[in-house]
Design a protein around this ligand. Structure first.
Ligand code: KG4
Ligand code: ZN
Length: 353
């Protein structure tokens, strides 16, 4: 299965074999192109995907040791994401599917993250998933392929977005997460008092916008020294950790209700790279009798191996898509939950996630 990913700022392609495993996995990051702006610029992302996608796909096929005609199917992210990028990858996939006469499998990017632990672990359904990336913060019960119950999601910013904005405010560089983590290691996480939004609410939803504003205020009020930056980075990271730990603990209770163990808890998305957050989540899982599974970092950030995994599982289950499958900027995994309040920021085009 060829997997193609282009929904944000990584242009990626991978070849996955049901017997031999992952044969190739190419990820081209656009970090350098977006760094001057402190965030992903959709127009720049779309153009960068377009200029690279053919070469990345070619390399993935070459590295796999196979030829295009050996492929069984073509799986591509078809949403949710930045529409220019999604269209680029999906159209490349459609062109290949048409010319090679192979099935197209249109993948929800979030499903890719959801099945990513199954690339490396014997991670049977069901499991609880915390997806924390630059675009998403969600707690999902992954009941089976295509069967997801959203237990909670962000009502404003994603966790990674909060890291990126915090780094931007303090001029720590893009992407923000790794930089904030580095600075936080030198700071005191009790130095600055910051809010823990929504923790008093009886739900598994997240909110990070208020925290981001509080960080900006605290930084303006500080002397801007390296010590002030380190203390603020550490205090911010602690606040995020407290929020994630609290929500995850609640979600674990909900997940376990009416279900027999063993209970598994998977953390996916780029923010899962953060060691402090990982440690906190591991403790929460241990306290509640959940096995904590952290996929290898190369499968946590955006990649095409997870899209190929979802494609393979879908094809094996008999799902293929027509060549007019749409590119979808918004595509919730759990459509029912997305309609309910509090919606995760429903805009003109419907619920985001
Ligand atoms: O999953 P990902 O590669 O892309 C998507 O957003 O879909 O996640 C990227 C996000 C960025 O917001 C980045 O700042 C964050 O993950 N991130 C981190 C760390 N490494 C990456 N956040 C906190 N700590 C890190 N070490
Ligand atoms: Zn992602």
């Amino acid at each position: 299965m060829l997997g193609i990913e282009s929904s944000c700022d990584e242009t990626a392609a991978a070849v996955l074999c049901s017997d031999a495993g992952l044969l190739s996995n190419i990820v081209a990051s656009q970090d350098a192109a977006h760094a001057p702006y402190g965030g992903v610029v959709p127009e720049i992302a779309a153009r960068a995907h377009m200029s690279k996608i053919d070469a990345i796909i070619d390399r993935a096929v070459q590295d796999s040791g196979l030829t295009y005609s050996d492929l069984t199917g073509i799986a591509a992210t078809s949403g949710p994401g930045l529409i220019g990028g999604v269209i680029t990858g999906l159209m490349a996939a459609k062109g290949l599917a048409l010319s090679l006469n192979k099935p197209l499998i249109a993948i929800n990017h979030l499903e890719g993250h959801a099945v990513s632990p199954r690339l490396t672990e014997d991670c049977a359904f069901p499991y609880l998933l915390l997806l924390v990336s630059g675009g998403h913060s969600q707690l999902l019960s992954v009941n089976g392929l295509g069967d997801y119950t959203r237990l909670g999601s962000t009502i404003d910013d994603a966790a990674g977005e909060a890291f990126d904005k915090t780094a931007k405010v303090m001029g720590l560089g893009f992407p923000g997460g790794p930089n904030v983590e580095r600075w936080a290691a030198k700071g005191d996480d009790h130095a600055v008092k910051l809010p823990r939004p929504l923790l008093d609410r009886d739900s598994c939803d997240f909110s990070f916008a208020g925290l981001k504003t509080a960080v900006a205020r605290a930084y303006v009020a500080s002397d801007g020294s390296d010590t002030a930056k380190a203390n603020l980075a550490a205090s911010f990271q602690r606040a995020i950790a407290d929020c994630l730990n609290d929500r995850v603990a609640r979600a674990m209770t909900q997940f376990a209700e009416g279900r027999d163990g063993p209970y598994r808890f998977v953390v996916a998305g780029g923010v899962a790279a953060n060691a402090t957050l990982r440690d906190g989540l591991k403790s929460v899982a241990a306290e509640r009798g959940f096995d904590a599974i952290f996929p290898p970092l190369r499968f946590c950030g955006d990649n095409a191996a997870m899209i190929a995994q979802a494609g393979l599982e879908r094809l094996q289950a008999g799902h293929v898509d027509p060549l007019n499958a749409p590119a979808r900027p918004r595509w919730p995994l759990d459509a029912e939950a997305a309609k309910q309040a509090p919606a995760s920021g429903a805009g003109r085009k419907g619920p985001k996630s």
